[in-house]
Ligand binder design. Structure first.
Ligand code: C2O
Length: 579
C-alpha cells in the first residue's frame, strides 16, 4: 500500500523547457481570431516534441509536420516562414448543415436528432466583467438552500422542454449540444467527410469549459439568480468518491433512472477500473491513478491536454491523460449497462441527459485549473494559434447564438468562477519506492519482443521486452502508437513496467505507468486511432532499473481488449516538454 509522501517538491525541481529562443513568439491576442484567409504571415517555431507524426491508414499526415519535414519527434528548432505551413484552427460548425448521426455498429441512422435550432444572428462573445468570483461547491457538501436553488433551476430547464421544445435553453436542447459536437452530427466546415469531434484532442478542456459556462448561466437566468454556480463531483477526494447523494433522490429533478444501479451510493467509484473490491484498496488506487494522470505520466503539455486537432485533419488524434483517465472512468461507471449504448452517461450522445454529467465535468474542469497551477516542469498552456483560435457556437442565457474561442477560456477566474477549496490528497500520492529490484528472470519469462508481438490485438495480458534508449535511469517516454479502437465500445487497458505479478488489482505501486481508455460514441468512422506517451522517468527512480538496457512492459486489458489493436510500442528519449 502506498503511503502519502512529499515527493512533489522533488518533481518540481530542475525545470526543463523548450529550448528554442523563439518559443514565446505567440500570444493569444484577439487579432489572431480571424479566419485563416486573412492571417498574417509570421514565423512559427515548432516547439512541439510530444506530437508524433502519424500517417493514418487514410494516408493522412499532419500537414504542418510534413511541410516542416520533421518526420519524427525532434522538430524543436525548425523555423519556417510560409503561412501555408499552418493548418488552421477548427471552425465552429454550421448549424444549417447539421445532419443526423449514424450508429457505427450498424450504419443505421441514429434515432435522435440532436441538431440545434438554426440562427443566422451570431455574435462574438465577450466575457462580461465579474466583480466577484462565484464559488462552485463540492456536490457532497452543498447546503439545503443551495440544493433547493439547483433543483428549482433544473426543474425549470426541464419544463422548457415541454413549454417550448425549440428554446435552446431547454434541458434536451442542452443535452443535444453534446450529442451534436460528439456524434458526427456536425461536419468540419469545408470538410464534408470529416466529423467535428470535440473529444480525443486538445479541444476537450476548452469545449467543455464553455459548455458548462453557458449551462450555468442559463440555469442562473431561469431562477433569476446570476450568482448561481454548478456543483462539482469531487471524485478525486475520498469524501467525494461516491455518486453525490443529491443526485440519488428519486423525487429530485437531479435524479436519473438511467444509471448503473450497482453503483449507487455508498458504492465507491473505481477510477482505475482496477476491479478492486475493498474500499481502502479502491481509494488508494484512485489516488494513484490521479497522481499518474496529473503528474507522473505527463511529459509534455499535449500529453495532458490532448493531441493537436486542426481544420482538415481527422478527428480524435489522441486524448490527454486526464480525459482518458478519470474522465472516461466516471462516464462509464455511471452509465447504465441495462441500456444498449450504456445510456445516459456511458455514451457521448446521451451523456448530457444526466444532470450528473455537468457536475462530473465541473470536476474535470477543476482538474484543468489545478493542473495549470502545478509547479511541474511541463509548460501549462498551448501557444499554438490553431488551438487558441479554435471556435465553438453556443446559445447564451438570452437565446443569443454566440461564437467563442478556446484561447478565451484558459483562465477560469476570468470567466467569473472558482472552486470551493477542498483537499487534493492525490497531489503527493507518489507510490513507494520498491524495496528491491525486480527479479529479472521472473519478469522476462513469457515476454516477447515488440517485433514479434506488434501490431498487437490486446486479447490477453501481454508482456513486451523493450530496449531502452539509454541505460538505466534515463529521461524517457513509452510511446504506444496507432492505437486502433472500435469507437462503439468501452475500451480500457493499463500499462505496468517491470511488474512481477500480473494480478494488477493494486494500482498503488511504483510499476503502474498509466492507462488508455475511451467512452463509447457513435461516429461515421467506426475506427479510432491515436497515440499516447507515458513518461517513465520517475518510474525508473522508484523501481531501480540499475543500468539495465531493457525493460518489460505489461499491458493489461480491462475492457474489450479484443477491440483494440496497438500498432507499435517503443521507448524514446523524452521529447521537449511543451507541445
Ligand atoms: Cu464531452 Cu465527458 O464528455
Amino acid at each position: 500500500m502506498a503511503s502519502l509522501q512529499s515527493s512533489f517538491t522533488a518533481l518540481a525541481t530542475n525545470p526543463r523547457h523548450c529550448t528554442s529562443p523563439n518559443s514565446k513568439h505567440f500570444s493569444a491576442t484577439p487579432s489572431h481570431f480571424s479566419t485563416h484567409a486573412n492571417r498574417t504571415p509570421r514565423f512559427q517555431v515548432s516547439c512541439n516534441g510530444g506530437e508524433t507524426q502519424k500517417p493514418s491508414s487514410e494516408g493522412h499526415v499532419d500537414r504542418r509536420n510534413m511541410l516542416l519535414g520533421l518526420g519524427g519527434l525532434y522538430g524543436a528548432s525548425n523555423l519556417i516562414s510560409e503561412p501555408q505551413a499552418y493548418a488552421a484552427p477548427i471552425e465552429p460548425p454550421e448549424f444549417k448543415a447539421c445532419g443526423v448521426a449514424r450508429d457505427v455498429a450498424t450504419g443505421d441512422l441514429l434515432d435522435v436528432n440532436c441538431c440545434p435550432p438554426v440562427s443566422d444572428n451570431i455574435i462574438d462573445y465577450k466575457l462580461p466583467r465579474f466583480d466577484k468570483l462565484r464559488v462552485r461547491p463540492a456536490a457532497h457538501k452543498v447546503t439545503p438552500e443551495y440544493l433547493a436553488k439547483f433543483e428549482e433551476a433544473i426543474r425549470r430547464m426541464k419544463k422548457l422542454d415541454k413549454d417550448d421544445p425549440t428554446d435552446p435553453r431547454g434541458f434536451m436542447q442542452q443535452a443535444n449540444i453534446h450529442c451534436a459536437y460528439c456524434n458526427g452530427a456536425h461536419d468540419q466546415v469545408g470538410h464534408k467527410d470529416l466529423d467535428l469531434q470535440v473529444h480525443n484532442s486538445w479541444l476537450f478542456f476548452p469545449f467543455h469549459r464553455w459548455y458548462l459556462y453557458f449551462y450555468e448561466r442559463i440555469l442562473g437566468k431561469l431562477i433569476d439568480d446570476p450568482t448561481f454556480v454548478l456543483p462539482f463531483w469531487n471524485w478525486d477526494n475520498p469524501k467525494g468518491m461516491q455518486m453525490p447523494r443529491i443526485f440519488d433522490n428519486g423525487r429530485s429533478p437531479l435524479y436519473n433512472g438511467n444509471r448503473n444501479q450497482a453503483n449507487r451510493p455508498p458504492k465507491l467509484i473505481d477510477l482505475g477500473f482496477s476491479g478492486a473490491t475493498e474500499d481502502l484498496q479502491i481509494v488508494v488506487n484512485n489516488l494513484t491513478a490521479m497522481y499518474s494522470e496529473m503528474i507522473r505520466s505527463v511529459n509534455s503539455t499535449t500529453d495532458f491536454m490532448g493531441q493537436p486537432y486542426r481544420a482538415g485533419s481527422p478527428p480524435s488524434p489522441g486524448m490527454g491523460s486526464s480525459e482518458r483517465g478519470s474522465h472516461v472512468a466516471a462516464h462509464v461507471w455511471v452509465g447504465d449497462p441495462r441500456n444498449k449504448y450504456s445510456e445516459d452517461m456511458g455514451n457521448f450522445y446521451s451523456a448530457g441527459r444526466d444532470v450528473l454529467f455537468y457536475s462530473h465535468h465541473a470536476n474535470v474542469d477543476r482538474m484543468w485549473s489545478i493542473w495549470r497551477g502545478l509547479k511541474t516542469d511541463v509548460p501549462k498552456d498551448i501557444n499554438d494559434p490553431d488551438y487558441l483560435n479554435a471556435a465553438f457556437l453556443f446559445y447564451d442565457e438570452h437565446k443569443q447564438l454566440v461564437r467563442v474561442k478556446a484561447g478565451d477560456c484558459l483562465d477560469h477566474k476570468k470567466m467569473g468562477y472558482e472552486f470551493e477549496k477542498v483537499d487534493t490528497p492525490w497531489l503527493n500520492y507518489k507510490p513507494s519506492k520498491k524495496a528491491e529490484k525486480a527479479n529479472i528472470k521472473k519478469i522476462t519469462s513469457g515476454a516477447e519482443t515488440a517485433e514479434k508481438l506488434f501490431p498487437l490485438t490486446l486479447k490477453k495480458v501481454t508482456r513486451v521486452l523493450l530496449n531502452k534508449s539509454a541505460k538505466g535511469k534515463a529521461d524517457e517516454v513509452l510511446v504506444l502508437e496507432n492505437i486502433e479502437t472500435d469507437t462503439s465500445k468501452f475500451i480500457k487497458f493499463d500499462v505496468f513496467v517491470n511488474d512481477e505479478d500480473d494480478e494488477a488489482k493494486e494500482l498503488d505501486k511504483a510499476e503502474y505507468a498509466g492507462t488508455f481508455a475511451q467512452v463509447p460514441h457513435k461516429t461515421k468512422d467506426k475506427k479510432g486511432r491515436s497515440t499516447i506517451n507515458l513518461r517513465l522517468t520517475d518510474i525508473y527512480e522508484d523501481i531501480d532499473v540499475d543500468d539495465d538496457d531493457t525493460i518489460v512492459v505489461t499491458l493489461i486489458p480491462r475492457s474489450n481488449g479484443q477491440d483494440v489493436t496497438i500498432g507499435g510500442i517503443k521507448i524514446i528519449p523524452s521529447p521537449p516538454r511543451s507541445g
